[in-house]
Design a protein around this ligand. Structure first.
Ligand code: RFL
Ligand code: PHB
Length: 393
């Protein structure tokens, strides 16, 4: 089998790249080791930057996003018995859109399969050969048979646990990591959201977040210790603990119900440098992880794909490799800023053990950044999404 661009991983990054390249006439094949229903069922991100929505429009997969996505002009941070609203319009000159990652992958898979289907599900990549040359090969196993996909370029969009990053010799790669001593226990329920906007809460018992997927479907999270087991949290225990961590008026209006999904996500900051090795490019979670507090993971994956798609199109259509050569640096400059924001928001809102001094520092910082215009601007600009440099803007 032969194609121009082999894409490893059919998560949001891989699917988006496939869609953007196909629309420009660049050939590509996506190899995804899970089934379509598994990928579409994974409950993950829910908040999109404006630039991610624009990329979905460019990929012509935004019809449902436009009709069902909820535009949010602000969110709140609760701490010390009060609540500060971050006005994204006023201080960040923009807004975000609440629309689930599950829906994005469904929308993209629908379009890709209608266009002829270049996504191979249950196709597990096991090796990448000759990526330092001009003719790499991706070895994959499908239906128990080992096959090879020959290509010009490989896009490693296979997430944190994928093989793309692991195929690169460790001496060629620099990895930066911080593992947090806690995770997020998340619950999805068919209940109306407790408020119209998201509420992030710093509480003495631990962080919590009230989010949503639609006007009838809610997503809530509470901070739990890193070794916590989901079985230890029957629905009632989750709702009781969430209520304790919310401002009283919010807790009183919380509508609870049976969980549709419940899982624990560990929290990690991670960046691999650089993002290019010969003709192999890393994008999305394969290259970087942020703790979910800033809602940046999916948006960063989309940002990499914006740059990579433009660079590959310039190579094939304009015979210009300048953008491919700059891919790594252009992405990393923006990635590190999102890493900083996600780390900072996590540090300011979570409990790090029994640390009364640290808690007072958090409250003082929250008080300052939610009062001072400079603080409000910094939070809002980062949450809405930092600008892209030209020609990626
Ligand atoms: P994915 O989604 O992990 O997709 C990688 C795909 O590669 C496949 N794969 C392979 N395929 C073939 N061969 C192999 N050897 C393979 N190995 C792996 C996998 O099956 C998978 O389908 O990475 P991608 O595409 O880079 O997308 C990244 C996003 O999924 C991720 O950053 C976000 O979900 C993070 N995230 C959030 N991001 C936001 O922007 N806003 C949010 O509100 C937000 N909330 C969240 C989140 C992540 C969370 N968890 C569970 C970590 C909330 C949570 C709780
Ligand atoms: C979500 O709705 O899943 C969500 C929202 C905001 C975050 C993280 C996750 O910061």
């Amino acid at each position: 089998m032969r194609t121009q661009v082999a894409i490893i991983g059919g998560g949001p990054a891989g699917l988006m790249l496939s869609r953007l390249l196909s629309l420009k006439g660049v050939e590509c094949v996506v190899l995804e080791n899970r089934s379509r229903s598994y990928v579409e069922g994974r409950i993950r991100a829910g908040v999109l930057e404006q630039s991610t929505a624009e990329l979905l429009a460019e990929a012509k997969v935004d019809a449902r996003l436009k009709s069902e996505g909820l535009v949010h002009d602000g969110f709140s941070i609760a701490f010390d018995g009060r609540r500060a609203r971050i006005d994204l319009k006023k201080y960040g000159n923009g807004s975000v859109i609440v629309y689930g990652q599950t829906e994005i992958t469904k929308d993209m898979n629908d379009e890709l399969s209608a266009a002829g289907g270049n996504v191979h599900f249950e196709a597990e990549c096991v090796a990448i050969k000759d990526y330092e040359s001009g003719s790499p090969k991706v070895v994959f196993v499908q239906d128990g048979r080992e096959r090879e996909l020959h290509c010009d370029y490989v896009a490693g969009c296979d997430g944190y646990h994928g093989i793309a990053r692991k195929s690169i010799p460790s001496k060629a790669l620099r990895e930066f990591e911080r593992v947090y001593p806690f995770g997020w226990l998340g619950v999805l329920s068919e209940t109306p959201p407790v408020r119209e906007e998201l509420i992030y809460s710093n509480h003495a018992r631990g962080f919590s977040l009230c989010s949503m997927r639609s006007r009838t479907r809610s997503r809530y999270y509470i901070q739990v210790s890193a070794d916590e087991k989901v079985e230890a949290w029957p629905d009632q225990a989750f709702w009781d603990e969430l209520r304790r961590r919310l401002p009283q008026d919010v807790a009183e209006s919380l509508v609870t119900g049976a969980s549709i999904e419940k899982s624990i996500a560990p929290l990690r900051s991670f960046v691999a440098e650089p993002l290019r090795f010969g003709n192999l490019f890393l994008a999305g979670d394969a290259a970087h992880i942020v703790p979910p507090t800033g809602a940046k993971g999916l948006n960063l994956a989309a940002a990499d794909i914006r740059v990579l798609a433009r660079a590959l199109v310039a190579h094939y259509l304009d015979k210009d490799d300048g953008l491919l050569d700059r891919y790594s640096q252009v992405c990393l400059d923006r990635i590190w800023k999102a890493e900083r924001f996600s780390w900072w928001l996590t540090s300011m809102t979570h409990r790090f053990g029994d640390d009364p001094f640290g808690y007072r520092m958090q409250l003082a910082e929250l008080d300052y950044v939610t009062e001072a215009e400079a603080g409000l601007r910094m939070i809002a600009e980062n949450y809405v999404g930092l600008p892209f440099e030209k020609p990626f803007a």
